[in-house]
Unconditional design. Structure first.
Length: 193
């Protein structure tokens, strides 16, 4: 794969490179990659996330499984009783009000059984690393056990937990996402943004 020459490569960290086979393009958002993968024409392209970039234009890329863009992931914070779980739920929402989450995220206060409550964060799987970093950077801590990932979300849905409260968190991103014909036109360029 031949990458385009990128000036100010650092600003591309967190974005994606798509290898279309005959050319590659850099600077796609996760939302844009997901839309490309939904099309029959681009369903089998190769996708890489830009993890680090240096001033000289070198970039560290990591391959991303295309299926990831069709999945959800989650972080689950367990509590032994409802008052503790409610405190954790409110603390997480308060944190997100002060420091926006990296992506659209659903938060549930849920009851699994008479002794198990939890606060669930549910988000697109391609943001798993960013959500984990957001939690760490903002010092979010709980008293109970924690689990996360794509298999954890499957277990949560299979458990048919009773959702006691729910909240939608939105990112503060000013990033404009291309779609439709604009996205298709951008896919022919070496640099999307």
């Amino acid at each position: 794969m031949k990458l385009p020459v990128i000036q100010d490569a650092k600003r591309y960290t967190g974005l994606y490179v798509v290898d279309f086979g005959d050319h590659s393009a850099a600077g796609f958002t996760a939302v844009e990659v997901a839309e490309l993968l939904e099309s029959e024409k681009y369903a089998r392209v190769k996708v890489y996330k830009i993890h680090n970039a240096s001033p000289d234009g070198k970039m560290e890329l990591r391959g991303v499984n295309n299926d990831l863009f069709q999945m959800e992931a989650g972080m689950f914070f367990y509590a032994a009783d409802e008052p503790t779980a409610l405190t954790e739920y409110k603390k997480l929402i308060g944190l997100a009000v002060a420091n926006a989450v990296p992506c659209r995220t659903k938060v549930h206060l849920a009851k699994l059984d008479d002794k198990t409550y939890l606060t669930a964060m549910i988000y697109p799987a391609e943001y798993d690393e960013e959500v984990s970093r957001w939690l760490l950077d903002n010092g979010y801590r709980t008293a109970g056990a924690v689990e996360g990932g794509t298999s954890a979300i499957q277990r949560y849905y299979q458990a048919n937990a009773e959702v006691l409260q729910r909240h939608q968190l939105l990112p503060a991103s000013s990033q404009v996402h291309l779609s439709g014909e604009y996205l298709l036109a951008a896919s022919r360029k070496a640099l999307v943004r």
